[in-house]
Design a protein around this ligand. Structure first.
Ligand code: SF4
Length: 352
């Protein structure tokens, strides 16, 4: 076991904690300010698979519009999905709403405090339950994200590759988690991983845990954590149909709740596979753009052929609905759909 001392890290955190819109910093906590569980939970859901820099503006927009979990619970689904557009992993947004409604309906708008009950909430997995319990309620839960795994692997010079090493790294993290100030401690390890013990070039000279760090002693910091080789992602193909009516309205379709980009607004399209069949949503003279919209999802790359058409006022679509130009905002679309829109816009403006 490492001889790293949580107090050394907390000392460092007291001086160097990052300021973030959802965070109650160490000075405020010491003065008795309690974090708002709603803001802690919202930030943790947004930060899954997404960087702090990308999340900040979304977090500020959400909390301005829906300042409490009860306000979020009574929001319209489509407003929340539109506000989430661009953050990716849209199942998170659907679960966010479900969770807000459970907290508002079953718990009187107060987040439950214990880890086990938090785990029963929609979209709240082990990591998020531990993070909310620790950060919002100072419950000494073991909080392990990618940053923490990296720090633990290095402190212990652990060469077992991820994901196999996960239980071991969690044990290391558990052994270090203090009973005093667990909320500050959880954020301190994350900050250390994000700012000092970074993936490529850790700034060991500035690290409060340099003395007990086994990887630093061995000179192996940059190699850790080891990772099992990733599987190559397959490439899928699809067709997106962007129909614009002569009055400027766009033909859009809300995707089914289940599945990828579920519940999001998008362009009607084909299935995504090896050789997608044509599936135009309206009779028109479709033209394919010379460029594809490309996007990478967790498990595959997508190459989307973008087809455009101008359609007359009276023609009715087989699926989807026309949205009047003033009611349409490309920012409400998920990123892949926005890429298709940007390509079509570019082609149209070149034609003009
Ligand atoms: S000494 Fe270097 S490798 Fe070790 S924990 Fe600190 S920053 Fe990471």
């Amino acid at each position: 076991m490492s001889s790293a001392d949580p107090l050394d890290l907390l000392d460092w955190y007291d001086r160097h904690a990052r300021e973030m819109p959802w965070r109650t910093g160490p000075r405020a906590r010491a003065a008795g300010v309690r974090p708002d569980p709603y803001r802690v939970w919202l930030s943790e859901i947004m930060l899954q698979q997404t960087t702090v820099a990308a999340v900040k503006s979304y977090f500020l927009a959400f909390t301005e519009r829906w300042p409490t979990v009860t306000a979020l619970a009574s929001a319209r689904d489509e407003d929340v999905m539109a506000a989430w557009a661009g953050l990716g992993y849209y199942a998170r947004a659907r679960n966010l709403l479900k969770c807000a409604r459970v907290v508002a309906g079953d718990y009187g708008g107060q987040f439950p405090q214990d880890h086990a009950t938090l785990l029963t909430l929609p979209g709240v997995g082990r990591y998020t339950a531990a993070a909310v319990a620790a950060i919002a309620f100072d419950d000494p839960q073991v909080v392990v994200d990618g940053n923490v795994e990296r720090v633990m692997a290095r402190l212990h010079d652990e060469h077992t590759p991820l994901p196999q090493a996960k239980p071991m790294l969690t044990d290391y993290a558990a052994a270090l988690t203090p009973l005093a100030r667990p909320g500050d401690y959880a954020q301190a390890v994350m900050d250390l991983g994000a700012t000092i013990c970074t993936p490529k070039r850790p700034a060991c000279g500035l690290c409060p845990w340099r003395a007990p760090c086994a990887a630093w002693a061995a000179g192996t910091m940059a190699e850790l954590p080891k990772k099992a080789p990733k599987k190559r992602k397959p490439t899928r193909h699809g067709i997106a149909y962007l129909a614009r009516r002569v009055d400027g309205a766009w033909l859009l379709e809300r995707r089914p709740d289940k599945g990828l980009l579920g519940g999001m607004l998008g362009w009607p399209g084909s299935d995504w596979g090896d050789a997608p069949a044509e599936a135009p949503p309206i009779r028109a003279e479709w033209r394919a753009l010379g460029e594809e919209a490309r996007h990478t999802f967790t498990h595959f790359h997508l190459r989307l052929t973008v087809k455009t058409a101008l359609v007359p006022m009276e023609r009715a679509p087989d699926r989807g609905d026309f949205i009047e130009a003033p009611d349409f905002s490309p920012a409400d679309l998920p990123t892949v759909m926005r890429k298709a829109f940007d390509l079509a816009q570019g082609a149209w403006s070149r034609q003009r």
